[in-house]
Every structure is written in structure tokens, then in C-alpha cells.
Design a protein around this ligand. Structure first.
Ligand SMILES: C[S@@+](CC[C@H](N)C(=O)[O-])C[C@H]1O[C@@H](n2cnc3c(N)ncnc32)[C@H](O)[C@@H]1O
Length: 216
């Protein structure tokens, strides 16, 4: 069964039809995209042969291998030029930053990114490199929270506040129940720390403000 995380990532592919999944591993995201989002073509990219073999096996089993290019390679190095949406998920934020830093193709319409850690650093990189965050989602799975960032390359500098980099500009606006639960969870972790230094007090105060802040 496809995870909620991968299903939520795949929802952001629409309305595009040609995708590349960098770090495709078992190929589950590509299968979900064919099954529920009517894509025409996918490029499955991984820099290790075993994950790529797993993807090949799973995608072949579903009779979809003629619609998929399998690429053993590093990040976006051998990206097929017709790709509209690039997905990079389930990795650390700094690895995603490294992959995006080598992006030569400014024609890609959309990036869907999901970093398992260092999401702040990823948003900061996007801001400094002219990527506009157009949507975000958050899902919880197995007691972990996963933030999904949808962005587009632009020619303009983007500006995000410290709160927006930390919590996500769109997540702050959407204020979904999962997002509020994540903040409460962070707050609870801070309140059990015995040593009450000013920086921790300030973080708790800011989290309280955001949790209680009413949607206009
Ligand atoms: C933990 S899996 C995540 C799989 C899937 N994307 C997901 O979200 O569940 C990370 C995959 O990315 C691959 N990977 C890591 N760095 C990569 C890079 N620079 N280029 C291509 N693949 C990479 C790994 O080999 C691994 O198969």
C-alpha cells in the first residue's frame, strides 16, 4: 500500500504528465503517479543500482516499463529534457540542496521536495536561489511529520521571514490540524527541558502565539 506521504506528494503532480523521481528507490511514487494521476511518462533516477533494480522490477510487474526511463545517475545530471515535474523526496535537506545546486535545466515547471530533516536550510536555499514556494503540505505517519514543499524556479528574488523559513510560508497560512499538532508536539518537547534559558522560553512563546493565532 502506498504511504500517505507518497500519495500526498503525488497529488502535486497534477496537471503535469511527465515526471522524474530522483532517488526513486522502489518506484512506488511513480506507480502511484501512473495509477492515480494519469501521467504519460516517468524517469526513474537513482544513484545506486539496487534501488533502481527494485524500481525496474516493480514497474515491470505493473506492465508500465515501456513508459519509464531508468537512469543510474547522480541527481539531475541525466535528466530527460521533456520532464515537467521533478520530485526529490525521502532524503536529508542538504542532499536535496546539493542535487538542486547542480540543476542546469531552468525549464522544469515544478519541483516537489520532501526533506526528512533540515527543512529550514532547504527553504533558505530555495529563497536564496529564486525558487518560489507555491504550495506546501504536512502529513504525519508513524509518529513522524513530513513537510512537502512545492516550488517553481523564477527570475525574482524571494523573501521569506524567519517564521516562514522555520514553519513554512504556506503551512503557516493553511494552519491544517496536522500542522498545529506538530507545533504542539514541538512545544511539549521544549516544556520538559528543565533548564529554562531565554532562547527556549522565546521558542515556546512563539509556538504558543502561532498555535493560538486565529485564521482571518
Ligand atoms: C530513502 S530513499 C527515498 C525513496 C523515495 N524517494 C521516498 O520518498 O520514499 C532515498 C533514495 O535516494 C537515492 N539517492 C540519494 N542521493 C541521491 C542522488 N544524489 N541522486 C540520485 N539518487 C539518490 C538513494 O539511493 C535511495 O534509493
Amino acid at each position: 500500500m502506498t504511504s500517505t506521504r507518497l500519495k500526498t506528494i503525488a497529488k502535486h503532480i497534477d496537471p503535469y504528465k511527465k515526471i522524474a523521481d530522483v532517488g526513486c528507490d522502489h518506484g512506488y511514487l511513480i506507480l502511484e503517479a501512473f495509477e492515480n494521476h494519469n501521467i504519460e511518462f516517468a524517469q526513474a533516477i537513482d544513484n545506486k543500482s539496487q534501488p533502481l533494480k527494485n524500481a525496474l522490477k516493480n514497474i515491470t510487474q505493473e506492465g508500465l516499463s515501456s513508459k519509464v526511463i531508468f537512469t543510474l545517475g547522480e541527481g539531475l545530471e541525466n535528466l530527460w529534457e521533456e520532464v515537467e515535474v521533478v520530485i526529490i523526496s525521502g532524503m536529508g535537506g542538504f542532499n536535496i540542496i546539493k542535487i538542486l545546486s547542480n540543476n542546469q535545466n531552468k525549464e522544469i515547471k515544478r519541483f516537489i521536495l520532501q526533506a526528512n530533516r533540515n527543512v529550514y536550510n532547504l527553504r533558505e536555499f530555495l529563497m536564496e536561489n529564486n525558487y518560489r514556494i507555491v504550495d506546501e503540505d504536512i502529513v504525519d505517519e508513524g509518529e513522524k511529520y513530513y513537510e512537502i514543499i512545492v516550488c517553481e524556479f523564477t527570475n525574482e528574488k524571494q523573501v521569506y521571514s524567519e517564521d516562514e523559513l522555520k514553519f513554512g510560508p504556506v503551512l503557516l497560512r493553511k494552519r491544517s490540524p496536522v500542522f498545529i499538532n506538530k507545533l504542539k508536539h514541538e512545544r511539549d518537547k521544549l516544556t520538559v527541558i528543565d533548564m529554562k534559558v531565554d532562547a527556549i522560553e522565546e521558542k515556546i512563546r512563539r509556538l504558543d502565539e502561532i498555535i493560538c493565532w486565529q485564521k482571518k
